[in-house]
Design a protein around this ligand. Structure first.
Ligand SMILES: [Zn+2]
Length: 388
C-alpha cells in the first residue's frame, strides 16, 4: 500500500491541502492513517527441507490454496511435516494438495521446530519431496519478534525505539520491492525467532513507535543497520553498489568507541578461506595476502584483492566477508598480514557499516538523545512519518 500512497503524496500537491498535518511527537509527522492497519509480511521460516515438526496448542483450521477448509481440530503434538507423492503429510494425516495454511484460534498457538509464531503458517511444496514454510504476520507483531534478537534487550529505551523504526522501515522496503514474490523477507535478513524474543518491555517500546517509518523524498528506503561502524558509517554505493541517497551516504560516528567490537584481531586459516571461496566457485590456492582496495570514509573496503599462487583475484569486499563468515571476519575495515598457515586480520567495527550503528545509537541514547534524533543523525535528511 505504501508504495502506492507515498508517490501520491509526492505528486506536487502541498500536503497541508490534503490532510491536516499533526506533529504528535517531536519530529514525527502524523497525517492521519495512510494505511488502515499494519500490513501483512510474508516471512520465509524454512526453505527446501524434507522434514519439520509442528505443534498446535489449541483449536486450529487447515485450508488449501483456495481458502477451502479441509480440516480442523484441537491440539497437535510434535507432528512431523513431510511431502510425498505430491501430497503434504502432517502427523498421520495426508492432504492431497500442493499448499496448506494452518491458522490457530489464538495468537502463538502454532509451534514450528520449537519456535512459537503469531501468524498464519503456509506450507508450500517444492520439488524432490521438499517444502518451504512461510509465515504471514502483521508488521507490528513481526517487529516484536525481531527487536529482541537484533539488539540487546536491556539496552536504553531510545536505542531500542530507534532500532524498532529501523527494522520496520527495512521490512516495509522489502515488502515493496518483493511485493509480487512468494515471500518478502527471510528470517536471517532481520534476525527473527517468532515470539521467542518478545518481552513486555520490548512490546511497550514497539507500541510507542507504532506505525512510524523513515522516508526520504517520500519514499521508503533500505534502512540498513549494523553493530559497530568503527568511526564512520559507509555509503551504500561503496558497500553494496546500490544508488546512493543522502540517508545512506555515511556519517562520522564518535559514539561507538566503547563497543567491544571497536577494534579486533583474528587469525583465520588460509585453507579455511580457500575452502569457502572454492565453495563459491572462486578458485585460489596458497593465499599469501588479502588486501582492501578503495577503502571508504570508514575504511570499509569496496573490493578486496586476494593474492595467491594462482594470481591476484579481485572481488566485492562485503561478499568476501560473507563467504568467510560475517561473525569470523567482523568487517571489511581491516589490514591483513600473512602469518604462517593463517592470515592475521586486524580491523575495526562489526558489520557492513551502512546505516544505523547500533553501539553508536546506544551511546547517543545513554547521553540523552531521543530516538528521533538518533535516527536523524544516522540517516540524514529523513522524515519520520506515522503511516498507520
Ligand atoms: Zn559507530
Amino acid at each position: 500500500m505504501i508504495a502506492v500512497l507515498l508517490p501520491t503524496l509526492s505528486a506536487g500537491i502541498p500536503l497541508s491541502c490534503q490532510r491536516d498535518v499533526v506533529v504528535v511527537q517531536d519530529g514525527v509527522h502524523d497525517y492521519g492513517p495512510l494505511i488502515d492497519k499494519p500490513p501483512i509480511m510474508r516471512v520465509l521460516l524454512i526453505n527446501n527441507v524434507r522434514e519439520a515438526q509442528l505443534s498446535v496448542y489449541g483449536c486450529y483450521q487447515i485450508t488449501g490454496s483456495l481458502t477451502n477448509i479441509i480440516d480442523q481440530g484441537q491440539g497437535l503434538q510434535k507432528a512431523k511435516i513431510s511431502v510425498t507423492n505430491g501430497g503434504i503429510t502432517i502427523g498421520n494425516k495426508r492432504y492431497d494438495t500442493s499448499e496448506l495454511r494452518i491458522a490457530s484460534r489464538q495468537d502463538g498457538d502454532v509451534e514450528l521446530n520449537n519456535l512459537r509464531y503469531r501468524g498464519e503458517i503456509r506450507i508450500l511444496q517444492q520439488g524432490n519431496n521438499k517444502f518451504s514454510v512461510i509465515e504471514e504476520i502483521d508488521l507490528e507483531s513481526f517487529i516484536a519478534g525481531v527487536l529482541g534478537s537484533e539488539m540487546p534487550q536491556t539496552w536504553n529505551e531510545d536505542a531500542l525505539r530507534a532500532q524498532a523504526v529501523t527494522a520496520r522501515t527495512y521490512a516495509m522496503y522489502k515488502k515493496k520491492i518483493r511485493r509480487d514474490e512468494i515471500y518478502h523477507l527471510e528470517m536471517i535478513e532481520l534476525a527473527y525467532r517468532g515470539m521467542a524474543g518478545e518481552t513486555p518491555r520490548l512490546n511497550k517500546i514497539i507500541r510507542e513507535t507504532n506505525g512510524v517509518v523513515m522516508i526520504y523524498n517520500w519514499n521508503i528506503f533500505p534502512a540498513y543497520f549494523h553493530s559497530t561502524c568503527g568511526g564512520h558509517t559507509e555509503d551504500i554505493h561503496h558497500v553494496f553498489g546500490k544508488d546512493s541517497i543522502p540517508p545512506l551516504t555515511g556519517v562520522v560516528c564518535n559514539y561507538c568507541n566503547n563497543s567491544k567490537h571497536s577494534s579486533w584481531s583474528r587469525d583465520i586459516s588460509k585453507s579455511d578461506i580457500e575452502k569457502k571461496l572454492r565453495e563459491a566457485n572462486i578458485c585460489v590456492s596458497n593465499i599469501s595476502a588479502v588486501k582492501v582496495i578503495n577503502p571508504g570514509a570508514g575504511n570499509h573496503g569496496s573490493r578486496v584483492e586476494i593474492a595467491s599462487r594462482s594470481g591476484n583475484k579481485e572481488m566485492n569486499a562485503n561478499d568476501f566477508r560473507l563467504l568467510v563468515g560475517p561473525n569470523i571476519l567482523l568487517s571489511t575495515a581491516f589490514n591483513s598480514r600473512s602469518n604462517g598457515k593463517c592470515i592475521t586480520f586486524s580491523g575495526r567495527g562489526w558489520g557492513h557499516g551502512v546505516g544505523l550503528c547500533q553501539y553508536g545509537a546506544q551511546a547517543m541514547a545513554e547521553k540523552g538523545s531521543p530516538w528521533t534524533a538518533i535516527l536523524k543523525y544516522y540517516y540524514p535528511e529523513i522524515e519520520l512519518v506515522r503511516i498507520y
